[in-house]
Design a protein around this ligand. Structure first.
Ligand code: ADP
Length: 433
């Protein structure tokens, strides 16, 4: 229990000590000797405690103070209390620094603390990985001696840190990093580098997409406006020209319409939140209706189209999406196979899976195109694709439909031999037994 220091107690103790000495002096009739002995013993006791204190402070491993009574007890307790308070403060501070470090380590970005002259004071783990910094070897080194990209050096020297810069990662040229510099405190900077490879890739896709759509729409629009201009300026054109102009304008309008429809279909599928496992799709029935449409598309082509359909193989899925995937692949085979070809369509079981396959014996596709076929607007032969009314979006739609149904398109093709487009559905998606 803590007893506060009391002057009264201390003086009473000393007074009692001298009182005893006086009593002894009176008894032995040696006042002076007794007084001197009492004073010397007091000095010795205090000196002894000073040595004890010194030993405890400098040599003892014990945290608890030695036992002592009186004023020395208070002194020991006071020092002990101060030490405990400091220890607790140090512990709290240590915990705070540890938590701050842990927090900075869990940042999804690379973070570097710089002083006013851009010397590194601290960096997190991601900075070591993404910026190639070595810790603690690079402490106190200037950041522009370690990241030497000219744009980065210019950014640092410019002094205007309102806008971030984008440069390739010093450790991997295929990655793009966004650097931000934030001044804080007294002339300190926090440098944050964020990996934006994915974002800049998506941004590039978006730019390409807009450029492609405008290009695809511009061509038919140019044809339409060209003919309209000509008809306006020379209304007495020969009948045959006017007929051809209307036919061409009609074709171009249909092209634009189908492009817009395909784009809408694509964005609908991409944004679809419809649940795949809720409705049953009677695939054999869907394929039978597509077969009728395929035969009418095949009128001038004279292909031998063979359907092999497993009648009891039905699956869970989104019917409109699946219909679009099946028909895109079948109509592509009809369109891109030279007249009189053989096209085989198969909807059958493949082990415990359901497999859809379209095989043709057309011209085939060269290896270098295969990985890009499902990109939007990608065509092997633009002129030929336009002639067939192709928009370059068909396989992109198929890809998205399949990804929505946990599947993916497999393409095998050999130039001069033909192509095979196929995909399979896992047993979880099969509804029939
Ligand atoms: P499109 O609307 O132009 O047909 P797709 O995305 O459906 O676009 O197809 C992309 C390209 O893949 C086509 O332009 C064509 O060059 C090629 N292609 C697709 N299917 C076949 C096939 N069965 N045989 C040969 N080439 C094909």
């Amino acid at each position: 229990m803590y007893n506060p220091f009391s002057w009264v107690k201390s003086i009473t103790r000393i007074a009692s000590w001298y009182g005893l000495a006086l009593l002894a002096g009176w008894y032995f009739d040696a006042w002076l000797w007794s007084f001197a002995l009492a004073s010397t013993s007091l000095v010795i006791i205090n000196y002894f405690h000073l040595i004890k204190l010194n030993n405890w402070l400098w040599h003892s491993k014990k945290f608890t103070p030695p036992d002592a009574a009186g004023i020395w007890g208070y002194i020991y307790d006071g020092i002990y209390y101060m030490q405990r308070r400091n220890r607790l403060k140090r512990k709290k501070l240590g915990n705070l620094i540890r938590r701050f470090r842990e927090g900075s380590e869990s940042l999804p970005d690379a973070a570097v603390v710089l002083d006013a002259d851009w010397h590194i004071e601290w960096c997190n783990r991601l900075a070591r990985i993404e910026l190639g910094l070595n810790w603690p070897e690079d402490a106190e080194r200037r950041i522009d001696n370690l990241i030497r990209h000219p744009d980065f050096v210019k950014f640092l020297r410019n002094g205007n840190y309102d806008n971030p810069i984008e440069i390739e990662s010093p450790t991997n040229i295929n990655r793009v990093l966004e650097f931000r510099m934030m001044p804080y405190g007294e002339k300190h900077y926090l440098l944050i580098a964020r990996d934006i490879t994915q974002i800049s890739h998506v941004e590039q896709i978006r730019k390409d997409f807009v450029a492609n759509v405008s290009h695809e729409l511009r061509t038919p629009l140019t044809v339409l406006s060209g003919y309209l201009e000509m008809l306006k300026e020379s209304p007495d054109m020969p009948e045959s020209f006017i007929e051809k102009a209307f036919e061409e304008m009609g074709t171009q309008s249909v092209r634009m319409q189908s492009l817009v429809e395909q784009l809408l279909a694509l964005s609908r599928i991409e944004a679809s939140t419809e649940r795949v496992y809720e409705k049953i799709v009677n695939v054999p029935q869907v394929l039978r209706t597509i077969e009728i449409e395929a035969q009418s598309l095949n009128k001038d082509k004279h292909h031998d189209i063979q359907f092999e359909i497993k009648d009891d193989l039905v699956i869970y899925g989104v019917e409109t999406e699946l219909r679009s995937a099946f028909s895109n692949l079948i109509f592509n085979a009809i369109n891109y196979t030279p007249n009189g070809g053989v096209i085989r369509i198969c909807w059958c079981r493949d082990g415990d899976k359901a497999r859809f396959k379209v095989v043709d014996n057309g011209d085939g596709i060269a290896e270098e195109h295969l990985s890009r076929l499902t990109e939007r607007f990608y065509r092997v032969d633009k002129a030929r694709s336009r002639k067939t009314g192709g928009t370059g979006l068909g396989l992109s739609i198929v890809k998205h439909v399949l990804s929505h149904h946990n599947s993916r398109l497999e393409i095998k093709s050999e130039v001069g031999e033909g192509s095979e487009f196929s995909f399979s559905f896992s047993k979880q998606i099969i509804a029939s037994v």
